[in-house]
Design a protein. Structure first.
Lengths: 390, 612, 291
């Protein structure tokens, strides 16, 4: 009896807690913007950068008194939710932001496994969602009709495009004929990059000597490296996360392989320099932006970020910042603070000068047109090497 | 202030009355279902609550299905997400690839069931190792299963590999989730309170004793795994059509851990527990969102604290009255006095019932029993005596199938039973008790005896889950028989008591009753009088005589109490160091030189004539 | 030939790490029949302590090992005292779930403090020797030698010392042991201390060999080491060592002989088959049927 009453009480409390959570917002004319970031879970670094850039972007606007829409200044309110890197939590976070916090738009999630279910919800609820870093082609596609979703956008290029660019770069600039690939099979993004690279490379007449994999969490790549070395490639392509890269490169170097190493955008964190030391010197990788660009926008962004958080912004931070840039640009042009109008305005964005390059959206597509930046690691720095336009 | 207690008192009386009836539950379910339809049609609650409610429903199914294996069967399965994955992918492939997405709406329930069936088939992979191994080793088997499923899915490009599978319509709605949750709770609850469910419980409590009572442990384990996985698969299908996206990573070991936490938070071996655990976990994960990054720090901390202060979880081993079966009452139609003599398959007294030829057993190099021969006539009471370690219990274990003899054979009623498993031997008509009482401690006295009637039931698991007429009829019969049997042995007043709470003598008696419930022809009693005082021993002697006559049994008994053996048995065999050194009527044994030597050494006193 | 011996060396290195971590699981299991699911996270804490000691405190090699081992020992004993001891009389599964909870807590607590992966600076100069194609690095040698030394000393402790005897007795019968005048709590705490210390040292060595560490690094390797312990026969010290090397060998061979995509698949399938034929692990003794 007592126990039963207690449990009923607990249930009621839980229900109340759930109903109340997020309802305590004051009625103001602030515009709410939602962020879904992977604060916990398997890629916490991505979440942390995303959160940092988001807070910075919103603060910058609020410091000027808010965003100017149709002649009126609205302050912005940021609501950051954790997706824990899981699909179901990304979906519930998106639903909460839309229904509870009445956000006008959502930035994130970054991982496609979260971005896809969240984008389904955004699409049905007619709230624009911009994923800074989801490179999976399926994020913006409606799989049932094969058409593009109308409310879902991304700030980055897709990994299929990236894989093609990298294969062309490897054969052209680096004159590679025999390439070995090592990638993380449990990561959708990296597997996609590896496969597109392989297909393009072979199509163009190159040979893939080794196509090796590992699973997220492995740190010992000696077995794969030994195999790769045995086949004597003249290039190693490592579409792997930056936290794994130093280990792989070091192990490759330890086995005496001094061939050029090529990476993908998953390398794009300045931590890589510290983690990798001189081993990575001379390696190339594709990136979304170059932090030592001298363009005024980029320099200001990098300096501000450094001042606030004490580190150089990584790709995710830059892309998040640009996602906000796109959103703000669209809001200013939308004429009224409504999701529908903002969506329409995003679709019309052309030539937006972001920190990750020039971004153009085409009507009916959530995928931007932008170029791939190739960076080289040299003397302990990321050096701009080339821009490859689509 | 003074009126408040009486108001509360009235409320609790009302509550009690409400809870002890079944109709409020049905009413609640009906209201819930109608509400879920209205809510989803007219958007009565906001969509976030609706989504969380659907998560809750799916998690309830998951927690319940895992509870069946971990809580009720007492195994430790840690890879439940693997089954969920099979169901999710199976159902999604059906709705997306096999049928046009448009047709999905109509075949959705079928797709979900198909996903469940696929998961159930996959469960066989885990069930088979569970025949031979349990505990931590089985945990590894399930863990490996989880990893294998994930690894396979990552490598199959047809379903998207690591990129995940999508294209499902959002077919999972609140009414569907509600309906599936209710069906799962109902079916699993019915399963647990059926014959096979009692088999599952007996495996948790004491697998070997269960087998001795005729429980086919392999069949029961297979059933439990299959049913559990079926519902995990169902949950997977619902999950896939709710998120419209699944990837191998969704079903990793972390998901399995999540389900484990829900089950143990709510409490094992309890349907109410699983429901509570799933609700609390799912709601807290959402409600604690305000904590941001620290949410995932607080959650495990709460779990650890709960486990320390309430190790059994919130509901461990207790149940809502609503979920318990309605107790059989005296005067229920089918109740008839227990007519032992009316049992079929009774051999006529004097026939040869048990023949043992040259039975030999080694433990490593030690010969525990050597070339043992015996012919036992039907209706006899035979005693086995011998010093400790002389091979008496080994003989019982060989007869009842726990050990495989190194040489020799056992023929029972014309059937060779040497290589049969304990439950098969029990089904042939041999039942036993144990030297150190092996009751199912956490089951009621009634259920202990019901386990003994495992093979007296002719309905199958599916009958039980949907409560067919044959199930209801047979359950009534079982309840009535068990009550009658308990009454006969004056244990009926303890029927609802947990076996572990019985006084010692009653425990011994219950063990005999449980063995009798299997309708044996041969009863093996292993030291039934151990720890009893002379008057209790006398009563026991009378009892054994009585059951021999009333149940037309043949009895073999191991005992050290000489007065007991001498007064009870018609024949006695004496074992020493695994060798039968003497045999015959009690008077002969009493004066046998070898026997006295064996007990007292060669210079033994001649005064020894058995204790008084 | 060089290729094969190279892979053999890789196998030894991986196996040594698995073996040392598996020991932590098996020791605790031996005395308490508890799967200490937080052990993988103690290993992670060891690696983070190594990071703090090198990157922040700039300590040399030996103090680093001492700091990491001492820190994890303290944590291990504290976890035992606060979370497991209150549950010693409770159903075993409650303790296991508590262990799971403690593990998740440690992971996410570390995560909340440091979401970004950390780089552990080089403590010892890394030298590579080349023997006609076979590359041997000083870290590989260090890992293998230290692991073998640790295992040998543990084996000695368990078999030859009074503490080891008490530990083995504890595994047999916890109820009777206090009657023999053995301080059970001290023995259990010591067992946890040794197990955690091994985890800490393994974490340090791991951080030296693979110098990028993150709060979740202990999960996968923890599960794998646990599997190694079970393969060898959980509760059996020598079994854990054997199991570690077997798992290392299976993983290496699977990756060598087959597309490495299927590495996990092959490794776990083999494990399943092994458990079907040897349900108690390789050195595990089947529990004698007590009827």
């Amino acid at each position: 009896m007592v126990r039963f009453c207690t449990s009923v009480l607990i249930m009621v409390l839980l229900f109340v807690a759930l109903t109340m959570s997020g309802c305590n917002q004051a009625k103001d004319d602030a515009i709410h913007i939602g962020v879904i970031a992977e604060l916990t879970g398997d890629i916490p670094a991505v979440g942390a950068s995303c959160k940092n850039a988001a807070e910075m972007a919103v603060k910058a606007v609020n410091d000027t008194g808010g965003i100017d829409i149709g002649g009126k200044k609205y302050p912005l309110k940021l609501q950051i939710e954790d997706s824990a890197g899981r699909s179901d939590q990304a979906a519930s976070a998106a639903q909460k932001l839309i229904t509870r916090d009445k956000v006008i738009a959502i930035i994130g999630p970054n991982a496609s496994s979260g971005a896809i279910p969240a984008s389904e919800i955004a699409e049905t609820s007619k709230v624009p969602l911009i994923s800074p870093w989801s490179t999976n082609p399926k994020t913006t596609l409606d799989p049932r009709t094969g058409k593009q979703k109308t409310y879902v956008f991304r700030a980055c290029y897709m990994d299929s495009f990236q894989g093609r660019v990298l294969a062309a770069f490897a054969m052209g600039e680096l004159k590679a004929k025999r390439a070995a690939v090592l990638y993380d099979v449990a990561s959708e993004v990296l597997k996609g990059q590896a496969e597109v690279f392989k297909a393009t490379f072979e199509e163009k007449g190159g040979a893939i000597t080794g196509f090796e994999t590992y699973t997220t969490g492995n740190k010992d790549f000696t077995v794969q490296m030994t195999k790769i070395k045995n086949d004597n490639p003249d290039l190693i392509f490592l579409p792997t996360y930056y936290s794994d890269v130093p280990l792989q490169v070091q192990q490759a170097r330890r086995f005496g392989m001094n061939v050029p190493i090529l990476g993908s955008d998953a390398w794009g964190s300045h931590d890589l320099l510290g983690l990798c030391g001189k081993d990575c010197d001379g390696s190339y990788f594709s990136s979304h932006f170059s932090a030592n660009s001298t363009a005024p926008g980029v320099k200001k962004f990098v300096d501000d970020y450094k001042a606030l958080y004490g580190s150089i912004p990584d790709d995710v931070a830059a892309l998040t910042y640009d996602s906000f840039g796109i959103l703000f640009e669209a809001m200013r042009k939308s004429g009224k603070p409504a999701s529908e109008d903002i969506k329409n305005a995003i679709q019309k964005i052309t030539g937006f000068q972001g920190v990750t390059g020039t971004i153009t959206f085409h009507e009916g597509s959530g995928d931007p047109e932008k170029s791939v930046v190739i960076l080289q690691i040299k003397d302990g720095e990321f050096k701009w090497f080339a821009d490859i336009k689509p | 202030m003074t009126t408040a207690p009486s108001a509360i008192h009235k409320l609790s009386l009302f509550w009690d009355a409400l809870m002890s009836r079944r109709w409020p539950l049905f009413l609640l379910v009906a209201i819930g279902f109608i509400a879920s339809i209205l809510v989803s049609r007219y958007n009565l609650i906001d969509q976030y609550l609706e989504l969380v409610a659907m998560y809750v429903g799916i998690n309830i199914i998951l927690a319940l299905s895992l509870n069946l294996v971990n809580g009720y069967m007492g195994e430790f399965s840690v890879g439940h997400a693997g089954f969920m994955a099979v169901g999710a992918y199976g159902a999604s492939i059906l709705t997306v690839k096999v049928f046009a997405p448009a047709a999905g709406v109509w075949i959705f329930p079928l797709a979900i069931i198909a996903g469940g069936v696929l998961a159930a088939v996959a469960a066989v992979v885990v069930a088979i190792p569970s025949f031979r191994t349990r505990g931590d080793y089985l945990a590894i088997v399930t863990l490996s299963f989880n990893m294998i499923v994930k690894s396979v899915l990552e490598n199959v490009d047809v379903v998207g590999g690591p990129r995940g599978f999508l294209g499902m319509e959002k077919l999972t709605t609140l009414p569907w989730t509600f309906a599936w949750t209710v069906v799962s709770v109902w079916a699993i609850r019915n399963f647990v309170y059926s014959n096979i469910g009692r088999g599952v419980l007996s495996i948790r409590e004491d697998e070997m004793a269960g087998a001795a009572m005729g429980v086919d442990t392999r069949k029961v384990k297979l059933h439990a795994f299959v049913v559990s996985s079926f519902f995990a698969g169902v949950a997977g299908g619902l999950y896939a059509h709710l998120l419209q996206f699944i990837s191998p990573r969704t079903f990793d070991i972390l998901k399995s851990t999540e389900i484990l936490i829900m089950v143990y938070l709510g409490g094992v071996g309890s349907i109410a527990g699983s429901i509570t655990g799933a609700v609390i976990y799912t709601v807290l994960i959402e409600a604690l969102r305000v904590l941001g990054m620290w949410r995932m720090v607080i959650m495990p901390l709460l779990l650890v604290l709960l486990m320390i202060y309430r190790p059994k979880g919130i509901f461990g081993f207790t149940e809502f009255r609503w979920f318990k079966p309605i107790a059989a009452k005296k005067g229920d139609g089918a109740i008839v006095p227990y007519m032992a003599a009316s049992e079929p398959r009774r051999p006529t007294p004097g026939d040869e019932l048990l023949t043992i030829n040259g039975l030999t057993h080694y433990f490593g190099g030690l010969c525990a029993l050597s070339d043992f021969n015996l012919k036992l006539d039907s209706g006899q009471i035979m005693g086995i005596i011998g010093p400790n370690g002389s091979g008496k219990t080994t003989l019982f274990n060989l007869i009842s199938g726990y050990y495989r003899p190194s040489r020799g054979n056992v023929v029972f009623n014309g059937v060779e039973i040497t290589r049969l498993r304990p439950n098969e031997i029990n089904a042939q008509g041999i039942a036993r008790t144990f030297q150190n009482i092996r009751l199912f401690n956490n089951l009621t006295v009634e259920d202990n005896v019901k386990v003994g009637m495992f093979n007296a039931v002719n309905y199958n698991a599916a009958d039980a889950m949907v409560r067919t007429r044959s199930f209801i009829k047979r359950e009534k019969y079982v309840s009535a028989r068990v009550l009658a049997l308990l009454e006969l042995f004056a244990l009926d007043k303890y029927a609802k008591e947990l076996a572990k709470n019985l006084p010692y003598g009653q425990k011994r008696r219950l063990e005999i009753v449980r063995a009798l419930a299997t309708r044996p022809r041969l009863l093996l009693l292993d030291e039934p009088a151990a720890g009893m005082n002379p008057s209790e021993t006398g009563a026991l002697m009378e009892l054994v005589h009585r059951i021999r006559d009333e149940f037309q049994l043949t009895v073999m008994v191991i005992e050290h109490h000489m007065s007991f053996i001498m007064g009870l048995c018609e024949r006695i065999t004496v074992l020493d160091f695994g060798v039968a050194i003497a045999g015959g009527a009690p008077e002969q044994i009493k004066d046998d030189k070898k026997v006295i030597e064996a007990y007292l050494g060669s210079s033994g006193s001649k005064n020894y004539r058995g204790g008084q | 030939m060089a290729y094969i011996s190279q892979q053999f060396l890789n196998m030894l290195q991986l196996g040594s790490l698995y073996a040392v971590i598996a020991l932590g699981y098996t020791m605790v299991y031996g005395v308490l029949s508890l799967i200490n699911f937080a052990h993988g996270d103690l290993f992670m804490v060891g690696a983070f302590l190594c990071f703090v000691a090198t990157a922040k405190l700039h300590l040399p090699f030996v103090p680093v090992i001492v700091v990491a081992a001492f820190g994890t020992v303290l944590l291990g004993v504290a976890v035992e005292r606060l979370a497991y001891r209150p549950l010693r009389e409770a159903p075993k599964v409650s303790a296991i779930i508590t262990a799971l909870g403690v593990g998740v807590f440690i992971e996410n607590f570390t995560l909340a403090l440091s979401p970004y992966p950390r780089h552990v600076p080089e403590i010892l100069p890394n030298i590579s020797w080349n023997f006609s194609g076979l590359t041997v690095s000083s870290i590989q040698v260090l890992i293998i030698v230290v692991s073998v030394l640790l295992m040998a000393s543990l084996d000695f402790i368990v078999r030859k010392t009074r503490f080891g005897m008490a530990m083995r007795a504890l595994a047999c019968d916890m109820k009777t042991l206090p009657l023999m005048g053995v301080p059970v709590n001290t023995i259990i705490a010591l067992t946890f201390a040794i197990g955690a210390g091994f985890g800490g040292v393994a974490g340090t060595m791991y951080a030296m060999a693979f110098p990028v560490i993150d709060p979740y690094m202990g999960i996968m390797i923890g599960w794998k080491a646990f599997i190694a312990a079970v393969v060898g026969g959980i509760g059996n010290i020598r079994g854990a060592m054997l199991g570690g090397y077997i798992l290392g060998a299976v993983e290496t061979l699977a990756a060598v002989a087959l597309p490495s995509t299927y590495r996990d698949f092959i490794a776990f399938t083999l494990l399943l088959i092994l458990l079907i034929f040897r349900p108690n692990g390789i050195l595990g003794v089947p529990k004698t049927l007590k009827v």
